[in-house]
Ligand binder design. Structure first.
Ligand code: GLU
Length: 444
């Protein structure tokens, strides 16, 4: 069974970049009838905050990306400890005693000599006596994973294709600090094995981590998951933008953006498929395929999001928005005004137009025409299609047509030059209010 995981660190709110990663993990799991798990990467107790864990859950719920299960790294230290002991016994983890300053100096010297700043493995040369001496002096070791230099590290990335790294060009990664705390790399590999993760979908900033983690999977005797590294997100202006890091669910919600629009856009940008206003999950799930993803950065444009949002709103059923509409507004009213909305909140303006009072500006040149209209409005059959009844009677009586026939009526009835189809709106305004509005204009 396919298992994906979304693994945020609860050190802040989700932003559009990690929302996109969550979405792709969710889409892939749904497409494969698999499981989508949330893993809270909270090994860093200093920087992790409970309010962010709660916000991550709430944001995923708003987006409709509810996980099939949740795992917290902070509750799994026993497992990490057990694997750690095994890897130490197998000689794949070794203690290293250099201070941050010493390591920094080593790197500077290497760079100065034109060499890559790869860790020199000095700690591997220490014998028991050397280590005992250092520990006697109170130096506590951090721990490194010993890379196997014998063969290149290779995998077939679902997005990037064939990948190849030479382990000899990489430093043995530090997996545990001197104070016993964990860095991200090893716990993540341990969890991916333990959680049965089959696909790791994440940003391309993790590509070199994957090379290291592949050796960790091998060292723990586990087959690795498949990897899909997606190109990063850039802003509409074509740059890695700081702003993207602050755009999250709160911002979208305040801007009147529907979760469906966020999903529709983020499912498709950076792929060879067009962005389409797909309101429901099924077509996005069915069309999701790593093979469609490109290597170029995906461009996130808030203007495009607003457009997708409007086009999605125009399809949304009354039931899915009812609790956010003005009190009293029903399905018929929603369907009449929906084509003119950019956000659900805009519905209130049209509800005001229906219910009144409206502020219409009288136009002297139309007073006679509107006087006739007020009378005709009293004569037509309101049960059927009053707008067509009204306009065809007026056309016959006054000889007006096109704009001069329709616009004065729209202005008198709604106070506006534009808006929803009058055929849908007029029955909602109703005979009484319509006659009063026409009559009021006619008197001027
Ligand atoms: N917590 C890591 C991050 O947010 C997870 C990376 C991964 O998906 O493995 O970068």
């Amino acid at each position: 069974m396919t298992v994906t995981r979304f693994a945020p660190s609860p050190t802040g709110r989700l932003h559009v970049g990690n929302i996109r990663t969550a979405l792709h993990n969710w889409l892939w799991a749904r497409k494969q009838d698999g499981r989508f798990l949330l893993r809270i990467d909270d090994t860093d107790a200093e920087r992790s905050e409970e309010r962010f864990v709660e916000a991550i859950r709430a944001d995923l719920a708003w987006l409709g990306l509810e996980p099939d299960g949740e795992v917290r790294q902070s509750q799994r230290f026993d497992l990490y400890e057990a694997r750690f002991t095994e890897l130490v016994a197998a000689g794949r983890l070794y203690p290293a005693y250099e201070s941050a300053q010493e390591l920094d100096l080593k790197r500077k010297i290497q760079l100065g000599r034109g060499l890559p700043p790869v860790y020199d493995r000095a700690a591997l040369a220490l014998n028991d006596a050397d280590r005992a001496k250092l520990e006697g002096e109170g130096v506590r070791p951090h721990w490194r994973f010993r890379l196997d230099h014998d063969a290149p590290i290779e995998w077939d990335d679902l997005i990037r294709g064939a990948q190849r790294f030479d382990p000899a060009t990489m430093s043995d990664p530090v997996v545990r600090r001197a104070d016993g705390s964990w860095l991200y790399m090893l716990p993540s590999a341990i969890d991916d094995i333990d959680m049965g993760v089959t696909h790791v979908v994440r940003g391309e900033d993790h590509v070199s981590n994957t090379a290291l983690q592949l050796q960790m999977f091998a060292a723990m005797g586990a087959p690795p998951p498949a990897f899909a590294h997606e190109a990063l997100l850039i802003g509409a202006e074509g740059k890695l933008s700081k702003r993207l890091g602050s755009l999250g669910v709160d911002h979208f919600r305040e801007a009147g953006i529907e979760p469906q629009a966020v999903r529709a856009l983020l499912a498709r940008i950076g792929t060879s498929d067009p962005v389409e206003p797909i309101a429901y999950a099924a077509p996005l799930v069915a069309g999701f395929d790593f093979a469609r993803f490109g290597r170029a950065p995906a461009r996130f444009d808030e203007g495009e999001l607003a457009q997708v949002n409007a086009r999605i709103l125009h399809q949304l059923a009354y039931e899915s928005v009812a609790d956010r509409l003005p009190k009293g507004m029903g399905a018929v009213e929603w369907e009449a005004v929906r084509p003119n909305l950019s956000t659900v909140a805009d519905a209130a303006e049209w509800w005001q137009v229906i219910e009144g009072p409206i502020a219409a500006t009288p136009a002297a040149e139309d007073a006679d025409y509107l006087r006739i209209a007020a009378r005709v409005a009293g004569e037509i059959d309101w049960a059927g299609d009053p707008w067509h009844a009204l306009t065809s009677a007026l056309k016959a009586e006054t000889g007006r047509k096109g704009r001069t026939l329709f616009l004065p009526l729209r202005r008198a009835l709604t106070g506006l030059d534009h808006g929803p189809d009058m055929a849908a709106l007029l029955p909602l305004i109703g005979r009484e209010r319509a006659s009063a509005r026409l009559g009021a204009m006619a008197r001027n």
